[in-house]
Design a protein around this ligand. Structure first.
Ligand code: NAI
Ligand SMILES: CC(C)=CCC[C@@H](C)[C@H]1CC[C@H]2C3=C(CC[C@]12C)[C@@]1(C)CCC(=O)C[C@@H]1CC3
Length: 345
């Protein structure tokens, strides 16, 4: 019988490695001595020790070129959550993830680490210190969440001892840090347009914001501890900063750090949610004629006005996870990294 030659376990691929999280992950993997292949539809940087493969993850042949001799695949590609292109989410997050799994099998990959999201259980109402056994959202709040649920199921169901193929899903929440194109830029844009004067609700809602290096640490621990018969196989893990913070305190700290005023005036949650719903409806009806992108979407209002924080006890127990950068330090580093977004810059 021919012996199957296993790829070196220091060779990995990061699908979505040109993105915010992906690039931080790639940098850390290189520091730890991994040879890294980045697979992405775009190339945003160059780094010694990293090979770039530009392509769509729905294209198995393109993927197979990048997965040659790779033993670990990190899958952190996704369309932007704010998109409302249902077909794109279906194609990339569901059909594309099936293609990734198929390519892993054909290339002899041993481990697949999926970046899922804690939002897979979020339906727009309060979530307090939830464990991973909370059921998936029955009425997902948008196409992004709907397809992240299907994606996570596909990856966890693909775990197979017989095939020597092990899978795990990491569920981060509210990732922030240097180079994030979403959180800080959206916040500053809202502040510059005078829209950050108001607090939605009483301002006491607790939320997890997770520093990108902690999310990276969770991914690498997962990959290194995942093996046959380990409790990690086919499981999902919340990875957070383990320091839930008031949503509006967090926003205020970022804003004040960048020289803007903190929001002060309170608006009732149901009123703002109702307005957001109405705006969304108008935008939907007008879509054939004009593209309107409201700042206040129902999803954003729900995220800004409810509790949503998660227990990471399972990750601590099964993989020895502890956040490596505390929240205060993480906020300081983030603020420092956006000099061009400071007031007056
Ligand atoms: N940013 C956050 O707060 C959170 C993010 N996540 C998940 O983390 C992952 C990474 O998110 P970010 O780094 O924030 O997003 P990002 O948008 O910065 O990175 C995603 C990358 O995927 C690539 N990509 C998209 N479609 C592709 C395709 N068809 N083929 C190949 N590459 C493709 C993009 O070009 C991009 O570089 C995503 O899976 C997201 O769902 C989960 C929870 C929170
Ligand atoms: C914890 C978690 C999942 C965070 C996600 C981050 C974004 C969804 C937020 C980043 C900036 C936020 C923001 C708002 C909602 C949530 C964000 C988009 C508002 C639109 C909420 C209503 C306002 O008053 C303006 C805010 C601008 C910033």
């Amino acid at each position: 019988m021919a012996t199957r030659i296993r790829p070196s376990n220091k060779r990995c691929a990061v699908i979505g490695g040109s993105g915010f999280l992906g690039r931080h992950l790639v940098e850390r993997l290189v520091d730890r001595g991994y040879a890294v292949a980045v697979f992405d539809i775009r190339q945003t940087y160059e780094l010694p020790g990293v090979n770039f493969y530009q392509g769509d993850l729905c294209d198995k042949h393109a993927l197979l070129t990048a997965l040659k001799d790779v033993s670990i695949v990190f899958h952190c590609a996704s369309p932007a959550p704010a998109s409302d292109d249902r077909a794109l989410f279906q194609r990339v997050n569901i059909d594309g993830t099936r293609t990734v799994i198929q390519a892993c099998h054909e290339a002899g990959v041993q481990k697949l680490v999926l970046t899922s999201s804690a939002s897979v259980v979020f339906e727009g109402s309060d979530i307090k210190n939830a464990k991973e056994d909370l059921p998936y959202a029955k009425r997902p709040i948008d196409y992004y969440t709907e397809t992240k649920i299907q994606q996570e199921k596909l990856v966890l169901e693909a775990c197979s001892k017989e095939m020597d193929f092990f899978t795990i899903a990491i569920r981060p929440h509210g990732i922030f840090g240097p180079r994030d194109p979403q959180l800080v830029p959206i916040l500053v844009d809202a502040a510059r347009r005078g829209k950050m004067k108001f607090i939605i609700g009483d301002g006491s809602n607790l939320v997890d914001f997770t520093y990108v290096e902690n999310v990276v640490h969770g991914h690498i621990l997962a990959a290194e501890r995942l093996k046959a018969d380990s409790p990690l196989c086919a499981q999902a893990y919340h990875i957070t900063n383990d320091e839930p913070v008031r949503f509006w305190d967090f926003m205020s700290q970022i804003l004040v750090g960048l020289g803007y005023s903190a929001p002060r005036y309170h608006l009732p949650y149901m009123l703002v949610y109702g307005i957001a719903l109405l705006l969304w409806l108008i935008a939907f009806i007008m879509r054939p004629l004009v593209q309107i992108k409201p700042t206040f979407t129902p999803m954003r209002v729900a995220l800004a006005g409810t509790h949503h924080y998660y227990s990471c006890a399972r990750a601590k127990q099964d993989m020895g996870y502890q956040p490596v950068v505390p929240l205060k330090e993480a906020i300081a580093r983030t603020v420092e990294s956006y000099p061009h977004l400071r007031k007056g810059a």
